[in-house]
Design a protein around this ligand. Sequence first.
Ligand code: NCD
Length: 362
Amino acid sequence: MKHLIDICDLSVSELDSLMEKAIDIKNNPEKYSEKCKGKKLATLFFEPSTRTRLSFEAAMYELGGNVLGFSEAGSSSSSKGESVADTARIVGCYADIIAMRHPKEGAPLVASMKAGIPVINAGDGGHHHPTQTLADLLTIKIKKGGFDNLTVGLCGDLKYGRTVHSLIMALSRYKNIKLVLISPEELRIPNYVIKDIIIPNNMEYVETADLEKAIPELDILYMTRIQRERFDSLETYERLKDSYILNRAKLNNAKKDLCILHPLPRVNEISVDVDDDERACYFEQALNGKYMRMALILKLLGIDGKNIEKNTSEEELCYDYKCENPRCITSVEQELPHIFKKSDKDNGVYRCIYCESKAKNN
Ligand code: NCD
């Protein structure tokens, strides 16, 4: 059974073929309009969403399939205390594929272990959001022709912004990418992203708080929203919420072919006067997300092309530690086994399989 839990579940060549397929779907929609006839997608959204959920649903309808599901935890049995594992097992009896969004890190991984059908992570807490990365990559590919040698600015909430974590993971596999990580001190990229992804892949990077100074050298500027729902203190959010506001004036020194991306929704970090600038690509990016999700559904259902070829080499698992990350799915679902795996990237340290937190005393 194949799933998409983090973006590295897809190899670079699989990403290439998904992008090729998405472009073909975009150009020849009628060729694909019955490919998923008789198939059902379940959208299990325990957290709010507009683009991700609706683009998954539109994707399935445009492939001739059907959709069932819920758009908030309150309308599912999780409000009665049902576990993610049980929900997934039940939905596996009713649908052919699941797209799941959940506030806890690792919840879609738990679902993938129990559902018996392919599971797509549509965002798990502040952790990963691989299908947003599919939209980002296709847009970059269309605008820039490829990924090597780009200087990519990521700006805003780099701490809680899951889209940023997944995008860095994806970009780490291309050549000579320079990252400019622009955030307030409190919202800097998590240390594990630097230690496990950026450094081992020899990516050049700088951290700065100054957007305007960074702009002139950028090929891509990826703006993000300050993630209010993930803050422990509303006061800190209030202090940081207006850290960056991109407007036309700030683009005066930008490259003529800068590509401005944003996973959306925006609050005020891109002012509307930027929308008409030809460098603003974020609405096109949202549309590209639908085509990439169509290509992904076809792939995971094995309808068009091969399913994901995941490296199934034996992983060294360990059951002796307890995950202490309050954002991990294990913090709310007591019956879940705490499982850690040895990470090659950092010399045999054990990490929680759900949220990647390090085992304590390790
Ligand atoms: C993003 C998300 O949910 O992480 N939105 C989306 O899926 N396009 C970004 C965000 O909410 O800020």
